[in-house]
Structure formats: structure tokens, C-alpha cells
Ligand binder design. Sequence first.
Ligand code: CDP
Ligand code: ZN
Length: 163
Amino acid sequence: MFRIGHGFDVHRFSDSFDSNKPLILGGLKIEEPKSLLAHSDGDVVLHALCDAILGAIGGGDIGQHFPDTDEEFANVDSSLLLEQVLASASSKGWLPVNVDVTVIAQAPKISPYRKAMRDQLANYLGLKASDVNVKATTTEGLGSIGREEGIACHCVALLSSSK
Ligand code: CDP
Ligand code: ZN
């Protein structure tokens, strides 16, 4: 038995860099003087990944499980949210098979971080790096992402029955 899910998330950059809110993508600190506005750490990649897994298990969305009004999740490390989502999938008998991530950003460049991000995501998911793909694209300067106002991310996840 297999289940597939899709996740999508967007976060807006803050007007000025907040050193208490460094740019975190796929669990990695990105060395850029940019911060994303978010109740959590703003990791748009892990949020899309959580939503893809929740989608596959019919588990709703990340906002339902971790409301942005809840102080418990203020500045939370999104890998802890992913851990809970994976535990929920596992308790229902579902394990990740492969995931495919597409980061949409005019800036920063993701390519210098692609290998580390792939390894990091594989580590979180208990997968081999070859079962994780990280892609990135600009919007060729079009729209809000093109104006470097924020970052979006899509993710597709395939899960299989662990039984
Ligand atoms: O149309 P295409 O996505 O090929 O062109 P692009 O948006 O100019 O991106 C060219 C390449 O740059 C992509 O294939 C990515 O590998 C890389 N890229 C990146 O590393 N970081 C981004 N934020 C956007 C693109
Ligand atoms: Zn988010």
C-alpha cells in the first residue's frame, strides 16, 4: 500500500535582518542576512515537507497540529514538528519512501546548500540521500517571489505501509 501527499508553504522576508531569526531552510542555517517572518523558525522547506506527509496520511495540515497562536511553538525548531508528524505517520503504519522538494526563491541561491540539505532531510526522514531530491527555481523575477519578498516551497512525499 502506498499513499502520496503534497505540501506547499510560503514565508515572507522581514524588512530587516533579525539575528535571532536566521534563515533556516531544510534544517540548515543559510548564511544570508535575511530573516523570514514566522511564529516558528520559518523553515518553509520543513513546513512543506510536514504538510506533504500529513497529506499522505489524511492528517490535515501543519497549522491544525501546531497553531501559530500557541506560545509552545514560538520560534520552534521545525525539525521537532517534523519529528511529531513522522511519529504520527508511523503510529498509523506509514513510513516515507521518497520525497521531492522544490524551493521557489529568487534569492538566496540554494545550490551551495543542496547536498547538505538533501543529507539533512534524509537524516530526519530515516531515508538514504538518494531517496530525497532537492530542487530550486527562481520565478525569473516575476511576482512577489521575483521581487525577493519571500520564499515558497512545494514538496511531494510517498509513504508506504510499514506492515
Ligand atoms: O528555469 P530554471 O529553474 O532552470 O532557471 P532558474 O530559475 O534561473 O534556476 C536555474 C538553476 O539555479 C536551478 O536549476 C537551480 O538549480 C538553481 N537555483 C538555486 O540554486 N537557487 C535558487 N533560489 C534558484 C535556482
Ligand atoms: Zn511555514
